[in-house]
Write a protein that binds this ligand. Structure first.
Ligand code: ADP
Length: 171
């Protein structure tokens, strides 16, 4: 059985991520989407558990996709879950440098592990979780950026966060 892991922050999951998830799920027998809590991005808008729930909500119809969360090194997580492939999405040349370095590091840590890169669909090449959060803060229409099932939750979270930071209660 070919099991692959798609690790990332997914804060929140976007249509770009979902496109990679669907394409990877069509290639591998099982795909584990792993919310990876790393030291470079320690906190985020959504808690790791909430990010998992959002991914689950948008992958319900994909029977070979499972969602998990981990604080371990991705290579350790892959080894423990007997997966030999990591899936990564590549948006631009700027992604390439850090991703290739990460792929080599992961192979050093777990030599049986390989990284497979899927290119982004051009229509999602500009899209990142950061862009989504910024647009949500300005109240922009999110329907071209995040799966429709989670639009309201993203809006509510951003509005809630801003209310807390301004210590102002509306509604
Ligand atoms: P970001 O916070 O930049 O969205 P993540 O850490 O959540 O990044 O991304 C996880 C993985 O998904 C990475 O391999 C990243 O390159 C990939 N990815 C992110 N956005 C896209 C997109 N729009 N299209 C294709 N791949 C993407």
């Amino acid at each position: 059985m070919r099991r692959a892991i798609y690790p990332g922050s997914f804060d929140p999951v976007t249509l770009g991520h979902l496109d990679i998830i669907k394409r990877a799920a069509a290639i591998f027998d099982e795909l584990i989407v792993c919310v990876s809590v790393n030291s470079a991005k320690p906190s985020g808008l959504f808690s790791p558990q909430e990010r998992v729930e959002l991914i689950q909500a948008v992958t319900e119809d994909l029977p070979n996709v499972r969602t998990d969360c981990s604080q371990e090194l991705v290579a350790e997580y892959a080894k423990r879950n007997r997966a030999r492939v990591l899936v990564k999405g590549l948006r631009a040349v700027s992604d390439y440098e850090s991703e290739i370095q990460m792929a080599m590091l992961n192979a050093k840590l777990y030599p049986k592990l390989d990284t497979v890169f899927l290119y982004t669909r051009p229509k999602y090449a500009f899209l990142s979780s950061t862009v989504v959060k910024e647009l949500a803060r300005y109240g922009a229409d999110l329907s071209d950026f995040v799966p429709r099932q989670i639009i309201d939750r993203v809006r509510a979270k951003v509005a809630g966060g801003e209310r807390i930071s301004h210590t102002k209660k509306e509604r």
